[in-house]
Ligand binder design. Sequence first.
Ligand code: NAD
Length: 508
Amino acid sequence: MASPMSPIEAAKLTLPDIITGHTAGLSVKTNSSAVTLPVHFPGTGEIITHLQEDNAAQVNSAVDAAKVRFQTGEWSQCTVDEKQRVLRATAQAVRNQAQELALKESVCAGLPFAHLAARQIPRAADNFDFFADYIGQLAGETYDQLPEYRTVVTRQPVGVAALYTPWNACLALSSMQIASCIAFGNSCVLKPSEFAPLAVLQLVQLLEAAGLPSGVVNIVNGRGSVTGAALAKAENIDRISLTGRGATARKVMAAAATKLTPVHFELEGKSANIIFDDADIDRAIDGALVSAFGNSGQICIAGSRILIHANVADRFIEGFVARTENLKVGDPLDSTTEIGPMAFAQHQQQVLEHLALAKDTGATLLTGGHAMPELGNGYFVAPTVFQVSDNCSPLCQEEIFGPVVTIQVFNDDEEAWTLANDSRFGLIGYCWTESLQRAQAFQQQVDAGTLWLNTPIARDLRAPFGGFKASGIGRDGPRHAADFFTEEKATIAALGKPTLRKMGVSRH
Ligand code: NAD
């Protein structure tokens, strides 16, 4: 009797042989002379399909397609009702195909399937519904202070946006970027991560099946240094929005500067999770595990620097380390897996290099700190906890982007705020306390775009999301998206015939 197929063997049956980009009129065309890149399953390291890389000419075609579609007005000028219909139908289609989308994301990036299906894919659907609702509430402004004049402020879409997304939540973040861009009537060219190209391709197909004209959303695929760089340099790009690393943002910003193209960046984090001695310590342990190890620690919002009050340090550390050692690491397609592999081999190496260097920094390794060859050839790193006393340590200052967390002990509130802010990043602040005064001080003292009090991760899509300092420029969120993806126009109209100054009627 044939042995039953493993989850990855079954998944491979549904994968295309080659993944292409998606441009109006050119979708799913393969090019035999194009560079192809292997796509590995991070759970075993095996090659599961290939990605066809788009070069500068193909990137320019995609931008042209987006521009042409924008100019036809078929989407940019269609009614709000029609835009809402397409966005809502897409949201529903994403929900209907959640399992398939989660599988595609999981086999590329190695993120645990169960987490994707339960959280990230529903979030992707919600993003479309959210922007459908939001554009129904958009209002213009009128000003009547000048007698005999009325000033009306309206918004119009900007044109074509270049959107870049990373691999660690590719579909959820791409859906946010696409929804916030097209809801206002723009077209776009999306450059998803070369490590997670599959699910977004299906998303664009769902958008078009819902009625989005082809050419409004285009996808270009390939390495950042090739395809991504070509997109940043392309003509006719009116906005650039990137979620990724600071190093990438600097290169993209340099290209944008040559044309004064506005940018929006959502970047790295190294967020402090402050736990006071009056906190509910059991809940704080639950929350710290979610914020440090969710998404296998590969998440910008990770609470990867735990700051614990000295009075409760022993109790917290004992409980936290025991639970860390109990995390289930393994095949991302197994629905019981809590921690999957790192997304690609080079990333695993970088995480392991951080761990090796940590041995020279005086940090105390409490658990983990190594690869997991016992799990096969996948890119696994054991969930790792260090106790650190020096906040200058690279362990506390660099975004490691893996299942690695530091614990630092503090003695008073001032020390906690100082440690939390002693970072070049400012994405998230976490705090656990039962004291109203401390909660208020946390809100005032910690320099971060989002503060989570007595909870690991909760997001109201109406609120802005983004970072202080090197964590970003601008914000996600509806008001900011409206400002970024539209141009405001003030029209001043004479209501009657106000007196005009007469020029050129008398000779001097
Ligand atoms: P990355 O910067 O390497 O890649 C992001 C995108 O840019 C990818 O599509 C990539 O191909 C492209 N790119 C890379 N180099 C490029 C170049 N030279 N020119 C143009 N494009 C280029 O980031 P990543 O490794 O894919 O993602 C992980 C990073 O993203 C982490 O630092 C994480 O903190 C950050 N992130 C931030 C948020 C947020 O909301 N702040 C959310 C998720 C991830």
